[in-house]
Write a protein that binds this ligand. Structure first.
Ligand SMILES: NC(=O)c1ccc[n+]([C@@H]2O[C@H](COP(=O)([O-])OP(=O)(O)OC[C@H]3O[C@@H](n4cnc5c(N)ncnc54)[C@H](OP(=O)(O)O)[C@@H]3O)[C@@H](O)[C@H]2O)c1
Length: 362
């Protein structure tokens, strides 16, 4: 049996992934830095545990030397991915994670040649961000091979886990990001707003620095990529206020306030996950031509758990070439349909010519 180690296995997402991995017969090794949390989980799930911190990549390399693949669930990934990737490259271990953080994906992509030389697959962002949008981007470029612009968007506003909130808050201090002429360009938060029919009526989206800004580019080579998320008005106003210098999104007060407001303990309940869904939209443009397609998926956390484990299984099966890989780059645009209850692609045959950007807040 190929061995899978789940790092951050006792966090909200890690725990769900660990339990599902056991149900799928993947026999994971549980891992993290906290002795007590790990011991409690090991006792509960009856799987082996491995405690190690990430300060020294050599420690990581030794800890994963006998493992075929590490699935990193410990976020914010800006604090964890570099050290685990380095350890994996030294030990010859494949690496999968569920980051949605652009700088993390970019740093991993920079190690493509090194990973190929080491015979190691690096496949970050194998969660809701970025499997559905990455597959949709690949599908749109199959439809419009000369595409020069990709706009992607998601309507799935929901109460996130504390870990996601922490990651978003950390990231949002950097503002927004888009891809222009092949280069990553940092723009203000909520830089552009646009009314988008994500698949259940036209709603307002704002540009968000989601990991798909990186992966859609690496998968398709389309040089211009913007990613939008449905944003209810209070959140849009908060983002704009942040741009104007209000300390609304300073990490500590916001985290405390949102936790209290939402009553979040660690993340969405099982009932909320079962009832959740996401509507994913994409548009490719080239010289006056335009293609629009959509997807519908289960709740983002459900997609993340299913996506991460389906990816890890495929990596363990040796289905991926060594080097840096995106989800659709590794498995093709139809990969999203290997996940439970993903529907699409819903292609618009004659897309509306007018889908104007309603405001550019440069
Ligand atoms: N791609 C997607 O679509 C998607 C979907 C959902 C979540 N996520 C991301 O997944 C991440 C985890 O979310 P969550 O809700 O599970 O968060 P969480 O409940 O806070 O769990 C985070 C886990 O990471 C560990 N960790 C954090 N920093 C660490 C460090 N420096 N060294 C070692 N371990 C560290 C924590 O261990 P300790 O308790 O020991 O600190 C904990 O086990 C977030 O970044 C979130 O944004 C992505």
């Amino acid at each position: 049996m190929d061995s899978l180690l789940i790092y951050g296995s006792y966090g909200y997402v890690g725990r769900l992934i660990a339990e599902e991995a056991i149900d799928r017969g993947l026999d994971p090794i549980l891992a993290g830095r906290d002795r007590d949390d790990l011991r409690e989980q090991v006792d509960e799930l009856g799987r082996p545990g491995r405690r190690f911190a990430l300060d020294d990549p050599e420690t990581v390399a030794e800890a994963v030397a006998d493992v075929d693949c590490v699935l990193n669930c410990a976020g914010p990934f800006s604090n964890t991915a570099d050290s685990i990737v380095e350890g994996c490259l030294r030990s010859g271990t494949d690496y999968v994670d569920v980051t949605g953080e652009i700088p993390v994906i970019e740093r991993i992509a920079d190690r493509d040649a090194e990973a190929a030389d080491a015979g190691v697959t690096l496949l970050p962002a194998a969660g809701f961000s970025t499997i559905p949008m990455d597959c949709l981007a690949a599908h749109l470029v199959d439809r419009l091979p000369d595409a020069e612009h990709l706009s992607l968007g998601v309507d799935s506003f929901r109460i996130p886990s504390i870990g996601t909130l922490r990651t978003v808050i950390e990231g949002i201090e950097d503002g927004g990001a888009i891809r222009r002429d092949g280069r990553l360009e940092y723009v203000p938060a909520a830089w552009r707003t646009r009314r988008i029919d994500f698949g259940r009526g036209t709603r307002p989206g704002v540009t968000m620095p989601m990991g798909d800004v990186s992966t859609a580019y690496y998968t398709t080579d389309v040089p211009n990529v913007e990613v939008y998320a449905l944003m209810p008005q209070p959140a849009r106003l908060a983002l704009k206020a942040h741009r104007l210098g209000a300390p609304l999104l300073a990490p500590a007060p916001v985290r405390t306030a949102l936790k209290t407001l939402a009553g979040i303990r660690d993340g969405p309940s099982e009932r909320a996950r079962r009832r959740g869904s996401a509507f994913v939209w994409g548009e490719a443009r080239a010289d006056g031509d335009r293609a629009v397609s959509r997807l519908r998926t289960p709740d983002p956390y459900v997609v993340t758990i299913d996506g991460a484990l389906t990816t890890a299984r495929r990596v363990l099966d040796g289905d991926v070439e060594p080097g840096y890989r995106t989800p659709a780059g590794a498995f093709g645009s139809e990969f999203v349909f290997e996940l439970d209850d993903a529907d699409g692609f819903f292609d618009e045959e004659t897309p509306d010519e007018t889908s104007p950007v309603s405001a550019v807040l440069s």
